[in-house]
Design a protein. Structure first.
Lengths: 262, 259
């Protein structure tokens, strides 16, 4: 009865606990977001090491250059996981049953993303440890590592809100699975593999410059290979927070229709 | 059992698979989008990698990456077809199919034919996009025929691998098991630069990767300077034979448990 009578924090707490447990009970949902980005990092840092010979390349370690990418990929996995979790709750009728309680919409959104956020933090620490174990030294030091984890959390929360929005709009896990690859377009057409000033193809450089994901990567990367770069960090956090605001606004707008109390 | 029974089953299965794949955007779109996305990201974003000292390839970087993307699309069309096989087991379609098919080997053949047709559509789109963005081809018609034949062998190998997995696990949860080894074998080949420019562990792995000679030969064909072509075709045929055996044994295992 506590759920129906107490405040927002308790409502969020209950749903977040359920979300965390549900995530941890799905080994595939934990394993692949952890392993796949690291595999891609290993492949790219080996295959593209020769790129560090290009004049003007900002570091002689491609691993250090590429280490920012798994953090963003982790955020993209958060999109898929959050969307699928919410869509499952719609398909199984859980959301309809919640609609019979005084549960507030904002509590539902925040609570549903609890598991995704927990996983995002585990992912960020895991990627950071992998980088450090394989010889990456953070130019921004230990404090920079903490900021990287904070930025990863901001990014994951923003993408997860978009995943929740997609689920609330479509109500289908299959549709969310279909939308998920679209988010990868933003990752691929970005500065994930090469600095923007070294891109040789004009249209690609323009797209990468217009792509907000480039600035998320560059903010994260600056902490690894540059040190404390206020502009890069300001852009990354600003865009990350902007994504959260827009994602939650869209999800909140879609929620009343799904939780119509008739 | 005779050949005509097998072909009749194969034709029916192939038609159904192809029909389902092409008419359902959520099934067809990913197998088309991912290679195009990689092509844009690699050929567009990494074009200056060809300026790295020691990058010895006769054609442009676009052609260099086109070959990788073509082979990737071939392998992943096979994997996506495997998802369809797993779905058929989950929905019970395969159980009914096995009851009615006079020759069950035709089921595997049908999946392989559907996958090849599906990949040909993808390959046509990728090729059109590559030419539209100005890819120059140094090879002649025979070289290009060889290039697509090599890719077709990779497609058959990918389909037979994933079909074998689907026949054993009989659930869509087998997706990562089908996908991950294919992803690894593709990306542990010389994707971004020629083999000589790879260093350390990735060079050691790429040197023993069976897909490396296939990729090198395919790049030789597109640039008009064929290299390792016989080794590549030998490797491709060996992969198809090995995974045919894997798929057929998977079929027998599925039969043993009643589909």
């Amino acid at each position: 009865m506590t759920v129906v009578s107490s405040g927002l924090a308790v409502q969020v707490g209950y749903l977040a606990r359920r979300s965390v447990i549900r995530t941890l009970r799905q080994p595939a949902a934990v394993f692949f977001p952890l392993v796949f980005p690291v595999l891609l990092l290993a492949v790219n840092s080996g295959g593209l090491k020769a790129e560090t010979n290009l004049p003007g390349f900002p570091t002689d370690s491609f691993l250090a250059f590429a280490l920012a990418v798994p953090f963003i990929q982790g955020g993209l996995f958060a999109t898929g996981n959050a969307g699928i979790d919410v869509a499952k709750d719609i398909q199984t009728g859980f959301l309809n049953r919640l609609a019979l309680t005084p549960m507030r919409g904002v509590a539902l959104l925040l609570g549903e993303l609890g598991g995704v956020m927990g996983l995002a933090l585990i992912q960020a620490i895991f990627y950071l440890v992998i980088g450090l174990v394989f010889g990456v030294r953070l130019e921004s030091g230990i404090a920079g590592g903490l900021v990287m984890i904070a930025l990863a959390a901001v990014i994951a929360l923003g993408f997860a809100a978009f995943g929740a929005y997609a689920a609330l709009r479509t109500g289908s896990t299959e549709a969310v699975n279909g939308i998920f690859p679209v988010f990868f377009v933003f990752l691929f057409i970005s500065s994930m593999n090469i600095p923007r000033n070294l891109m040789g193809t004009d249209w690609f450089r323009w797209c990468a410059t217009a792509n907000p994901v480039s600035y998320l990567i560059e903010g994260m990367r600056s902490l690894i290979i540059t040190g404390w770069d206020g502009q890069a960090l300001g852009l990354a956090f600003g865009i990350g927070i902007g994504v959260i605001v827009v994602g939650f606004a869209l999800a909140a707008a879609a929620l009343p229709e799904r939780m119509a109390r008739t | 059992m005779n050949v005509s029974d097998s072909l009749a089953v194969a034709r029916g299965v192939a038609w159904r698979q192809l029909h389902n794949a092409v008419l359902n955007p959520t099934i067809f779109f990913p197998s088309l989008a991912f290679p195009l996305l990689n092509f844009a990201a690699f050929a567009g974003g990494l074009s200056r990698v060809s300026e790295v000292p020691g990058f010895n390839f006769a054609g442009s970087y676009t052609a260099f990456q086109f070959v990788f993307v073509l082979l990737q699309s071939a392998a992943f069309s096979g994997v996506f077809s495997g998802f369809g096989v797993a779905r058929d087991f989950e929905t019970g379609f395969t159980r009914r199919l096995m009851l009615t098919a006079p020759n069950r080997s035709g089921i595997v053949l049908g999946y392989a034919i559907a996958s090849a047709c599906r990949w040909l559509i993808t390959a046509a789109v990728i090729t059109a996009v590559a030419f539209a963005v100005g890819m120059q081809v140094g090879g002649d018609g025979v070289d290009l025929f060889g290039l697509y034949a090599l890719a077709l062998l990779v497609n058959f190998a990918g389909t037979l691998w994933s079909t074998g997995v689907a026949m054993r696990i009989r659930s869509q949860q087998a997706g990562p098991v089908m996908q991950m080894p294919v992803f690894l074998i593709l990306f542990f080949a010389p994707v971004y630069v020629p083999l000589d420019l790879l260093q350390g562990w990735i060079h050691a792995v790429a040197s023993v990767n069976p897909l490396t000679p296939v990729m090198e030969a395919a790049r030789g064909l597109v640039s008009g300077e064929p290299t390792k072509t016989l080794v590549a075709f030998g490797t491709g045929v060996a992969l198809v034979l090995a995974f045919s055996s894997w798929a057929i044994r998977g079929l027998r295992r599925a039969e043993a448990v009643g589909g």
